[in-house]
Design a protein around this ligand. Structure first.
Ligand SMILES: Nc1ncnc2c1ncn2[C@@H]1O[C@H](COP(=O)(O)OP(=O)(O)OP(=O)(O)O)[C@@H](O)[C@H]1O
Ligand SMILES: [Mg+2]
Length: 288
């Protein structure tokens, strides 16, 4: 594998009819890192992830995952990746354990190992008492945990998660973060999309921001902050709208704040959320 890039995307274009939804995307993800893909609704995150996981074809470019060209070697690529999709798909007519077994069989896990792996993963994720329950009887958060075990049962080298913690309570979210960290420490590369900036801040070493199919920023959270300006001044503007100004140093921010005659001026470090808004002109939820 060249220069430890486990994912290489070059000039990726994906069109639906005349609509271009990924527009010449070029980026790479290094082996062993947790990469966060951010962008407003409809930016092209899921589409990119579906291309990387061989679920959809693409119009132009080259994409390689774990050294396998996804167009020419989809089977080889598929064997080393795990995927947790935005919409969970589990067999509702089976129990939790049966769903996991089905995945293990599908991935060719030897019979002797299936049960041990499933029990180990389920225990870690706290599913123990639900193993015999029907999928339909579980809430969304518990279904997500089952989907995670299913995606991990073949011990993938690269794990893709599309908005892994949407709609989950705080405890479950933290548990999933811990699981992601634990897998990553064990050598798994993680590619996740998220609308939760705090999730990306908590987990990701490298971040890509996509907007309308174009990669508009790529780097460590720190590099993104420095690009926008590492100090932020926040104050009430007209019509009660909060104004955010970014500065490259705390001194500049202090100077600006002392000149601003406002009641509530706050000076603070620039957050990743500030970067997202400054670079895309949108809030994380996609509003203007
Ligand atoms: N099967 C399809 N046919 C036509 N257009 C599609 C299809 N799938 C996605 N699109 C369009 O592609 C664009 C990108 O969608 P995508 O699902 O990749 O966005 P996203 O960044 O994941 O958004 P979200 O944050 O809402 O999940 C959208 O405009 C969407 O309407
Ligand atoms: Mg999506």
């Amino acid at each position: 594998m060249s220069c430890e890039n486990v994912i290489e995307i070059k000039g990726l274009v994906k069109r639906y009819g005349s609509k271009t939804v990924v527009n010449g995307l070029t980026m790479s993800v290094r082996e062993g890192e947790i990469f966060g893909f951010l962008g407003p609704n409809g930016a092209g995150k899921t589409t990119t992830l579906r291309v990387l996981t061989t679920l959809t074809d693409f119009s132009e470019g080259t994409v390689s995952v774990g050294g396998h060209d996804v167009a020419r070697e989809p089977k080889e690529a598929k064997a080393i990746i795990g995927l947790i999709q935005q919409q969970i798909s589990l067999d509702k007519d089976l129990t939790v354990r049966e769903n996991m077994m089905q995945h293990a069989i599908m991935h060719g896990i030897p019979a002797a190992e299936r049960r041990e792996r499933i029990e180990r993963l389920s225990k870690f994720i706290g599913l123990g008492e639900y193993m015999g329950s029907m999928i339909n009887s579980l809430s969304g958060g518990w279904k997500k945990r089952v989907a995670i075990v299913c995606a991990l049962v073949h011990e993938p080298k690269i794990l893709f998660l599309d908005e892994p913690t949407v709609g989950l309570d705080i405890q479950t979210r933290r548990l999933i973060w811990d699981l992601i960290r634990k897998l990553n420490r064990g050598g798994t590369t993680v590619f996740l999309t998220s609308h939760y900036i705090e999730e990306v801040e908590a987990l990701c070493e490298t971040v890509g921001i996509i907007d309308k199919g174009n990669l508009i920023a790529f780097g460590t959270p720190r590099e993104l902050r420095e690009r926008v300006g590492s100090s932020t001044v926040e104050y009430p503007g007209e019509d009660h709208k909060t104004v955010y100004r970014h500065f490259s140093s705390r001194e500049e921010a202090n100077r600006f704040a002392s000149e601003t005659r406002g009641a509530a001026v706050t000076i603070r470090d620039t957050s990743l959320e500030d970067c997202f808004v400054a670079l895309t002109g949108k809030t994380v939820e996609g509003g203007a």
